[in-house]
Design a protein. Structure first.
Length: 368
């Protein structure tokens, strides 16, 4: 259990995965109520470097050894998508709370197992949709909730890259490893941003298409040495996905996402909302946090637009602060496991629609 003393950290944390796990390390390091006491990962060199950088006392190769410790209260799971389910189930079995990287899992069915296990164990399950914590997203979310834009009836969400396939030939581009390509990797981020800002409306149906044009040719790999490349392995997922999404109440949402496409985009994402009394546009180029929001309306009958001054926020830091607070104080946490399942069900529906070549109702997917 967390310590009750004010002079020492109250929540002891383990992190599984020394790649994306660094984002979680940064987040926990910003919160004095938490202490990361152990890392687990197969990349020994990377884990050792992180342990030295963040002064973490224990490193394990196998995550089971980390979970076996009874002095760890919560774990962050930052590993390939196919490992989210088994690691989360093992963590709940060992009595730990879990914060998992997005997406919650490869499919909604796997996510539902994780939610059920969390409830059975009486533990918290959260999903690190870190883009929600952006200041522009928070401002638009609040404006919609306050009714400032009137009825939001249409939205557009995109994340487009010119050349950004991560880990060509690695788990990223394997169907069994990732569950899909840019849709489940990037698209899930901007879908969550859009739906969150709109107040989480219920999705009713989707019509979608996916394409694999550049990846199978060996084109479109991420430039630089950030990701390992195995050119001998087949490319098994899409490199571009589009979807038209129907929402309860008649609103619609258009999605476009690509790892690689011959486009003017570098590594750009955004969301636009169209309302009966106003609108907003978020455009982030190369992960920009400031100068990204424009708000549209009228002043004395004249069309206007403005650009609010934004604060730079730490996405994982804000999510982790709320995660720690929820565990220590028993407050609700969002993005929850249930929200993660909702997003996974939408991703399932998009893939199913693309495969069938027709519109798919969300209840068709939910009943499978």
């Amino acid at each position: 259990m967390p310590s009750s003393t004010d002079s020492s950290p109250r929540l002891r944390v383990g992190i599984v995965g020394c790649g994306a796990g660094q984002f979680h390390l940064d987040g926990y390091s910003e919160d004095p109520r938490a202490e990361v006491v152990a890392l687990a990962g197969l990349d020994a060199d990377r884990c050792q470097k992180l342990a030295a950088q963040y002064n973490i006392p224990s490193i394990y190769r196998e995550y089971q050894d980390l979970l076996a410790r009874d002095d760890i209260d919560a774990v962050s799971v930052a590993v390939p998508n196919n490992l989210h389910l088994p690691m989360a189930l093992a963590a709940f079995e060992s009595g730990k709370h879990v914060l998992v990287e997005k997406p919650i899992a490869r499919t909604a069915a796997e996510g539902e197992q994780m939610v059920a296990a969390a409830k059975k164990a009486g533990k918290l399950l959260g999903v690190a949709f870190n883009r929600r914590a952006r200041h522009d997203v928070q401002l638009v979310h609040q404006a919609v909730a306050n009714g400032e834009f009137g009825r939001v009836y249409y939205a557009k969400a995109f994340w487009m890259r010119r050349s950004g396939i991560p880990g060509m030939g690695t788990w990223f581009t394997k169907k069994d490893g990732a569950g899909g390509g840019p849709l489940i990797d990037l698209g899930v981020h901007v879908l969550d941003m859009a739906l969150y800002m709109m107040g989480n409306p219920t999705v009713t149906a989707v019509s979608a298409a996916t394409y694999a044009e550049l990846g199978p040719q060996g084109r479109g790999a991420w430039r630089g040495a950030r990701f390992h490349i195995d050119a001998d392995q087949p490319y098994e997922v899409e490199d571009l996905a589009t979807a038209f999404i129907r929402l309860e109440g008649g609103a619609t949402l258009q999605l476009e996402t690509a790892w690689a496409a011959y486009t003017g985009a570098g590594d750009d994402f955004g969301v636009s909302l169209f309302g009966s009394q106003g609108g907003a546009e978020i455009l982030s180029k190369d992960y920009a946090l400031a100068g990204t929001l424009r708000v549209f309306g009228e002043f004395s009958g004249i069309p206007t637009d403005s650009s609010p001054r934004l604060q730079k926020t730490s996405g994982h830091g804000e999510i982790i602060k709320n995660f720690v607070t929820a565990i220590l104080d028993g407050t609700p946490f969002s993005p929850s496991g249930e929200e993660g399942v909702d997003r996974a069900r939408l991703i399932d529906a998009i893939y199913q629609s693309a495969e069938l070549g027709r519109e798919v109702r969300i209840d068709e997917v939910a009943s499978d």
